[in-house]
Design a protein around this ligand. Structure first.
Ligand SMILES: NC(=O)C1=CN([C@@H]2O[C@H](COP(=O)(O)OP(=O)(O)OC[C@H]3O[C@@H](n4cnc5c(N)ncnc54)[C@H](OP(=O)(O)O)[C@@H]3O)[C@@H](O)[C@H]2O)C=CC1
Ligand SMILES: O=C(CO)COP(=O)(O)O
Length: 297
């Protein structure tokens, strides 16, 4: 019987399963049955004392309601990056109905699944209000992943979710061939913007200039390995969002998170110009018009 299991066998779940299988046996389960070593039923996975959940932010509320049984005081690690669009709730708020705060942590930092699954080195942050969660999970990680600890759950969550929206903006910028200067300006103003947004919810500034913020933003907003960046490229070409997402075939959390940030920014009077334009472009505004508005703003 393994001590740890990954729930959700998408790109990230499979990469984490590969990483967590280096030092010990690690189970994996998913909604769709897959031919992966140590793939088990959900019931069997839930028997493990340590669970890593890689189900997208927009799906997790329903999944928890319908599938999750928390009876044995398991330690939980959340691997998703996004904010629920319908409610504007952060993942830690959604999970708080199911898992005590002292038993849950959230992963952040620059980590393309495609590289992790090749065993390439990377650095992550395990964010939890309880250092014990970090102490429990850290030994499971392989030598090629350095895991830092932070107690700033809100900061890490906002940084990880916001950078997906900014990656869409960056993809649009590159798709419109606006140049390196424009992309660098967009990324650095985006960093300021996510920090301002985070401050409203009590996030620490240091989370935004470290791995969770700048690290993940620089990565995602400058590579075609990012699904969110590729959504932006498609939008710049004038492709329909529906077709872009169909072709992608994987989740791009920035799409729904842009809605969530737009909603939260309106409710809390937060100035979030880039996220706002991304939301409007996703709703059909021509990207070139957004650019004009952003520059003249
Ligand atoms: N890919 C990456 O590089 C990274 C991704 N992340 C984050 O991890 C999360 C997952 O991403 P990723 O694995 O790449 O996405 P994928 O689209 O590759 O996979 C999504 C996974 O979620 C499962 N899923 C989707 N909807 C439901 C549902 N309603 N009920 C149960 N399971 C569901 C899918 O199940 P099924 O098995 O049936 O397909 C699949 O296992 C996202 O929040 C993403 O932002 C974070 C860091 C890196
Ligand atoms: O979060 C990621 C890397 O850290 C993955 O980004 P995408 O979801 O845009 O591919």
């Amino acid at each position: 019987m393994a001590e740890i299991a990954v729930i959700g066998a998408g790109k990230w779940g499979q990469a984490l399963h590969f990483a967590l299988s280096q030092k010990q046996e690690c189970f994996i389960t998913s909604r769709t049955k897959r031919d992966i070593k140590n793939f088990v039923s959900l019931e069997k996975a839930l028997e493990c004392q340590h669970l890593v959940i890689a189900i997208p932010a927009q799906e997790i509320r329903e999944w928890l309601k319908n599938n999750f049984i928390y009876t044995k005081g398991q330690k939980i690690l959340v691997a998703a990056k996004g904010i629920e669009a319908t409610t504007g709730e952060f993942l830690n708020e959604i999970y708080s109905d199911y898992v005590p705060e002292k038993n849950i942590g959230f992963i952040s930092g620059p980590s393309f699944a495609a590289e992790v699954i090749q065993g390439l080195p990377c650095a992550l942050v395990l964010n939890s209000t309880s250092k014990k969660v970090y102490d429990k999970f850290k030994p499971f990680f392989p030598d090629f992943i350095k895991v830092y600890y932070s107690s700033d759950v809100t900061g890490a969550e906002i940084a990880g979710a916001y950078k997906n929206v900014l990656a869409i903006a960056s993809g649009i910028c590159d798709g419109l061939h606006l140049g390196n200067n424009a992309r660098a300006s967009l990324i650095s103003r985006g960093l300021v913007e996510m920090q301002r947004f985070g401050k409203k919810f009590g996030a620490k500034k240091s989370s935004f200039i470290g791995l969770s913020g700048a690290g993940d933003l620089f990565l995602t907003a400058s590579s075609t390995l990012s699904r969110n960046y590729r959504v932006g490229l498609g939008l710049a070409k004038g492709e329909k969002l529906e077709n872009i997402l169909k072709e992608l075939g994987e989740v791009a959390e920035g799409v729904k998170t842009a809605e969530a940030i737009y909603k939260l920014s309106s409710e809390h009077f937060i100035y979030s110009p880039i996220a706002r334009e991304v939301k409007l472009i996703l709703d059909g505004k021509p990207p070139k018009e957004s650019l004009k508005d952003l520059i003249s703003d």
